[in-house]
Ligand binder design. Structure first.
Ligand code: ADP
Length: 264
């Protein structure tokens, strides 16, 4: 199917936000973390969310992942509106349709790699699809580490376990929060290559918050936030383009005459 065909279906959104506002606190101390964010996150793509510290990246990701509730606006995940879902339904949605990869890996120290990977499915009372499980294990290169506990693995291996855990339930969307923030560049590159491969070969959808221009250069699309708004986006970017956009954003946030933060 070509995208310029008149019959081509529009890309499906794995997650969609419309006019999201999030205000923390009230009165004089109120903080407007999101200020009217509307965005479609297309299925089968790798999207980065970037922006200066405090621009609303984590808040946006947490709202999209049903970990936080917006003050106003609507969110859909895989066609399901989050509005009105009560706690049990939200827990089920998070468990079955959303995968998470965190900066600090968040593995259970007493469980082996295999047990960590299968934990979300076990909690949901589900059996893994053996063929998919094998595909994921081989793709992350963990076949010979499955019996190891997190303390017996490097940071890069632990994060690959976390990636496998996120993917093994075939989620509609994977949210990765600074997944390479605790890794050296070689381990980070392995994790990013795996996330890229999960999109290209397995049709997964990945959304990643990152400060790192190299990490974002693995993505199909980079969204830039400033002051709670999406202010820019670029497609199939290289590192230099991303750094240019980040520098411009930092300058805009700092205002004229103030120093800009280092982004590289
Ligand atoms: P980023 O991830 O881009 O650094 P955040 O989404 O963490 O930005 O924060 C956006 C704004 O909202 C910041 O001003 C931050 O201080 C504020 N904020 C975030 N979480 C809370 C909270 N729980 N209570 C009060 N303010 C918050």
């Amino acid at each position: 199917m070509t995208t310029d065909s008149p019959m081509a279906a529009p890309p499906r959104a794995a997650a969609r936000a419309h006019e999201l506002h999030k205000v923390y606190g009230a009165g004089l101390s109120a903080v407007r973390a999101l200020d009217g964010v509307s965005v479609d996150l297309e299925a089968g793509r790798f999207t980065a969310i970037m922006g200066p510290s405090g621009s609303g990246k984590s808040t946006l990701m947490h709202c999209l992942a049903a970990l936080d509730v917006p003050t106003s606006g609507t969110i859909e995940v895989d066609g399901t509106s989050l509005a009105g879902l009560h706690d049990k339904a939200l827990t089920t949605l998070r468990r079955e349709r959303i995968g998470f990869v965190f900066q600090a890996f968040n593995l259970i120290p007493t469980l082996t790699a295999r047990e960590n990977i299968l934990l979300p499915l076990n909690l949901a009372g589900k059996k893994p699809d053996q063929e998919w499980y094998d595909t994921v294990i081989d793709a992350v290169g963990l076949r010979d580490r499955l019996g190891h506990r997190p303390s017996e693995m490097s940071g890069g291996q632990q994060q690959r376990v976390a990636c496998a855990r996120a993917l093994v339930s075939k989620p509609s969307i994977v949210f990765a929060d600074e997944p390479t923030g605790n890794l050296d560049s070689t381990s980070g590159a392995e994790v990013l290559a795996f996330l890229r491969r999960s999109v290209d070969e397995f049709g997964q959808t990945v959304v990643m918050v990152t400060h790192d221009a190299v990490a974002a250069s693995y993505c199909d699309r980079v969204l830039f936030l400033a002051d709670g708004k999406v202010v820019d986006e670029i497609h199939s970017p290289d590192r230099e383009q991303i750094l240019e956009h980040m520098t411009a954003l930092q300058a805009r946030v700092a205002g004229p005459g103030e120093p800009t933060a280092e982004t590289a």
